[in-house]
Each structure stands twice: as C-alpha cells, then as structure tokens.
Design a protein around this ligand. Structure first.
Ligand code: ISL
Length: 557
C-alpha cells in the first residue's frame, strides 16, 4: 500500500476533511501537458506548485477513466484505468505521490449511477439478449404498446428527451429498452443487483490501495430506483413534491445502505479517506441523511450555490445548512461554482434569479461583469470564513466569467443536442484555463502543441491569466491567496460556530471566536464598519471606515 510523506504523517490528527478547502480540477481544461488541446495528468502535475501556493488542501479531479467522452468523462468505460488522452495509471500514481509531497490530497470522481455504453458489461448485455444475467446488471424492460414501441415509463433524461432507448436484439429485431437518466451513452446500473454492489466496493479498494484520499460520488441520490418503475406522477417544475423518499428514482431511503458499506471500507484505510456526495435532495434535512456518522462524510451544499445575491436568502441558507448538519454532527461545505453551472462572476452580474439545476444551464440575461466580479470577490470572503469546508472551481480564483458566445458548432455538452438546440449546455464554464501569455492558448497547451484547446478561449482573457494576476494586489488570484493564507493561520476560521451580529438590512455580519468578524454589504449603500481592532482583508477598497456596496471585509476584534 502507498505510504508517503507529509500527508500520511498527519494520519492521526483531526479529520482533515471537516474544514478542507478543496480545489476542483476539471481535467479536460486545467493544463495540457502533451499538446493535444485537452488537459491531462501531466498538466496537473506541472501545476502542483501553483496549487500549493494558492493554499488548497486537496484537489477533486473530474472523471479521468477511459471514456468515449460522450458526457465529458461521466460515461466511464473502465473504472480501473486512465483515459489515454489523460495519461496512464503510472501517471496517476505519480500525481498522487507528488501531490502528497506538496501537502495536497487527491480525490477522484466516482460515477456509480451509470457506465458508458462501451463498458464491457453493457456490451455483454447487448450481445446476451433479453432475460440474460448480463442484462440484469442494467435496467432493461420491454416497451409499452402492442409492439413494444413506446418506452416502459414516462421518465425523462436530465439532458432532455426520454430516459429510455430501444436496442436492436442480437438477431436484428427491435428489442428491449434500457434506462438512462442521462445520455443514451450512459446506461443506468441496477443497484438491486449484488454484482453491481460488489464491483463498486472492489473499485473503491482499487483506488484506496493506490493512495487516493477520497472520492466525489456522482449523482449519489440516484442509484436506487423503485423496482416497479412507476411513471413519475408530476413533471419536474410543476411544483409537486413527492413525500420524502418516495420519488421513483431520486433520493430513495434504500440508497443509504450502499453508503454505509462504503463508509466501512473507507474507515478500514489509514489517514481519513473521505467521500463527498453530489446529491440533490428536496430539503436540507434529506440532504443531511447522506452525511450521518455511518454514511458519506460530506455533501456539496447546492443551496448555497443556488442562492441569489441577497442577504436574507444567504443568511437563511447558512442557517438551515448549519442547523441541519449540526443535527448529524457533519461539517458544512460551501460551494459557489462547478463544471455544471454558469460561473458565478457571471451569475452575480445578472438580475437575481435562483439558478435551477437542469433547467437554466443556459446563462440568460444581460451581464454586468464588473458588478458580478465585485460580488464574486465578496462572496469568496464570505464562503471562506463560514464554518466548515469549501470548494473552489478551477478558474474562479482568476475571476473567470462564463463564456457565453461559444460558436454553436463547437458546443460539446450533450445537453445541446438532447434539448433540440434550446439549451446551450455547460461548455461555457468549461473553457480551458488561461495561465500565461498574451494570446490563446494562454499557456494552457505547450508551445509545440498539435491542436487548439478543445474549447476556444476568449482573447480578452489576456487580462485574466494567472501570470498577470500574480503579484497584483488588486487581483482575484491574490485575494484568494491572501484569504486562504489567513484562513490557515487564524484560529477562528475553519470548523466551529458563528454568531450573527445585528447589522442593517442587506448586511451579513458575523463573529467567530476568537476575535474574528466578517461583514458583507449587500445593501446597495455604504455601511459603517463595526468596532474592530484591525482590518485583515477586504474584497474591495474601503472608503475611510465605510464598507462600500457588494464588498466584504474580514476584521480582527
Ligand atoms: O439530478 C439532478 C437534478 O435533480 C441533476 O442536477 C444531476 O444531479 C446532475 O446533473 C448530475 O451531474 C453529474 O452527473 C452527470 C454529469 O453530466 C455532470 O457533469 C455531473 O456533475 C452525469 O454523470
């Protein structure tokens, strides 16, 4: 078993994951080592010093397994290997070792809800025909209607269109249908099947044995389906909410049995391995079920990500998050952006509307990017001073906006095709990172690259490269670096409690002990700072003792 270094030497200290800052590496777009226009493991290795200097505790890497990339790697063909475009298993081993030497933990992404249609299990299921043990690992059913030409039920794919695709049987006749809650190239596994469970337990061990520090669990709320496969009674968006645990395919109570077993496996390994659930639940209490002491350790806090830039809304989310998680003794996580949502510098520059998953992937409306960026700076100080852990999506530390004008012919997200070209999809937040230089590929690919970046970078990103921001005290990058440094040093930050202060309408003000306060001004007019000893950090210039609108400050008391 992997033993190293800095990371393992801390194995007996407090569980690191309770207040870790985890940086999301969207591997396709982070750094391209081999010059093929797509990011890779060598690219990540070359940026480890950058990540160490930024001051993050861990990286979560989006799926890096062999995949036809029908959904940017979330269609996994082999869970025990590395996509050749990204490198090899040896490269992964080396990355894990080097990251640990830099004090950075490594968290790959596990995709248990579905496989690629190119996975050997699915290919065997197609070849074996109806009623076979091979088909039992997936969800195959005969169609409805006299000739079976209608899908088995009315479920829809998250990417648009029906969640069922009909196959041709080995003899060429029109045959059964299989379920795919996402793209047709992502058939859902049958988690009622013992072999599926055993396979994933073995996959967990395969990677834990290689020294990884945890997993992000994709669609953690979706694995269990009602075995009767009943129609969904009300379409999404109609306002109807199923009684807790009774939706036919989301957030069913039986899913937690799976995670109880996984937790026991993680706990067998030294050094605090951890899970983070990508789970969508109707209420904070339902979400808290995923992070009970015998379940997954943490879950992304999408309520925070979805909240509009309004003090009352944010305070409500902060309070419901902390109270629901305190009830199960789990730490909160805070997240502003990821590879599925429009970047928050853009979101915050729009009229306030709550972002709805799956509905408005498209970034509608006029954007005031200067305003959005000012708010994004304030939001960073808010997020990084709240109790618990936080996620940073690559590029947010550079203040990258959503790229809203990618040419249609270059769009790659399956959402674009599946929605009949009504939703542009998520490519606008996935554009490769600008590292240096004055024109594309901005150091993303090496000088001798053989291809352009897989999505084009705007020329205007010349002003947003890591290189130009380094050392500029007014830059987003230096704000993140300072905030992360202070967060490490200050005893009040990380896990713990907060106490709200009575501040004016539209102002978030809280104290953390010992001796720390954060004030965020969302009120539209300048606010007097509360009594303090010293200003530690501000997201924008103070006007004497006044905090301007859309600005946050950290104070020493
Ligand atoms: O289920 C949803 C809403 O209830 C969706 O928001 C869903 O959880 C989300 O789209 C899942 O995303 C993850 O799995 C997808 C992949 O395309 C995304 O990139 C990934 O983050 C399929 O694997």
């Amino acid at each position: 078993m992997h033993d190293n270094n800095l990371i393992d030497s801390h194995q007996d200290s407090a569980p690191w994951w309770r207040d870790a800052v985890i940086y999301q590496v969207y591997i396709r777009s982070f750094a391209d080592g081999n010059g093929d226009g797509m990011g890779d493991i060598d690219g990540i290795r070359s940026k480890l010093p950058y990540l160490r200097d930024l001051g993050v505790d861990a990286i979560w890497i989006n799926p890096w397994y062999p995949s036809p990339q029908a959904d940017a790697g979330y269609d996994v063909a082999d869970f025990r290997d590395i996509e050749p475009r990204f490198g090899t298993l040896d490269d992964a081993d080396q990355l894990i070792a080097e990251a640990h030497e830099h004090g950075i933990r490594v968290i790959p992404d596990l995709v248990p809800n579905h496989t690629s249609d190119q996975h050997e299990w699915f290919q065997a299921a197609l070849a074996a025909g109806p009623g076979s043990p091979e088909r039992a690992r997936y969800i195959f059913r005969p169609g409805r209607g006299p000739d079976g030409s209608e899908p088995p039920n009315n479920w829809n794919s998250c990417f648009g269109g029906p969640a069922w695709t009909r196959v041709s049987e080995p003899d060429g006749s029109p045959g059964e249908w299989y379920l795919h809650l996402f793209a047709p190239q992502q058939p859902d596994l049958n988690w009622a099947h013992r072999e599926v469970r055993e396979e994933f337990e073995a996959i967990l061990r395969f990677w834990f044995d290689r020294g990884i520090d945890g997993f992000r669990i994709d669609v953690a709320h979706g694995l269990i389906k009602d075995t009767d496969l009943p129609d969904v009674v009300a379409p999404q968006g109609s306002g109807y909410v199923y009684p807790a645990g009774q939706h036919p395919h989301w957030d069913r109570d039986e899913v937690h049995e799976i995670y109880r077993r996984w937790r026991r496996i993680a706990d067998e390994y030294p050094g605090h391995r951890k899970f983070v659930a990508e789970a969508w639940a109707d209420t904070p209490q339902r979400l808290a079920n995923y992070v009970r002491a015998d379940g997954l350790h943490t879950a992304f806090n999408f309520d925070f990500l979805q909240a509009t830039w309004k003090a009352e809304r944010l305070r409500e989310v902060i309070d419901t998050t902390t109270s629901s998680l305190n009830a199960v003794s789990a730490p909160a996580t805070w997240v502003l952006s990821n590879h599925d949502v429009p970047r928050h510098a853009t979101r915050y520059g729009r009229p306030p509307v709550d972002w709805v998953p799956g509905q408005n992937y498209r970034a509608d409306g006029e954007t005031d990017l200067e305003l959005g960026t000012r708010r994004a700076r304030a939001a960073a100080l808010l997020m990084l001073s709240l109790p618990g852990g936080a996620y940073i999506y690559q590029g947010e530390e550079l203040g990258l906006p959503e790229v809203e004008n990618l040419p249609e012919e270059l769009l790659q997200d399956p959402v674009w095709e599946r929605s009949g070209h009504t939703e542009r999809g998520r490519d606008g937040c996935r554009v490769p990172i600008p590292w240096s230089g004055e024109k594309p590929p901005f150091g993303f690919s090496p000088a001798n690259a053989t291809a352009d970046p897989w999505l084009p970078q705007p020329d205007s990103w010349e002003d947003l490269t890591a290189e130009v921001q380094t050392g500029d005290p007014g830059s987003m990058l230096e704000l993140y670096r300072s905030a992360l440094r202070l967060r490490r040093e200050h005893p009040a930050l990380g896990e713990g409690d907060l106490a709200w202060n009575d501040a004016g309408e539209g102002v978030l003000s809280f104290t953390r002990t010992p001796g720390f306060a954060c004030v965020v001004n969302l009120s539209g007019k300048a606010q007097r700072l509360p009594e303090h000893d010293r200003v530690l950090l501000t997201s924008g210039e103070l006007d004497d003792e006044m905090l301007p609108p859309d600005t946050a400050v950290w104070l020493s008391l």
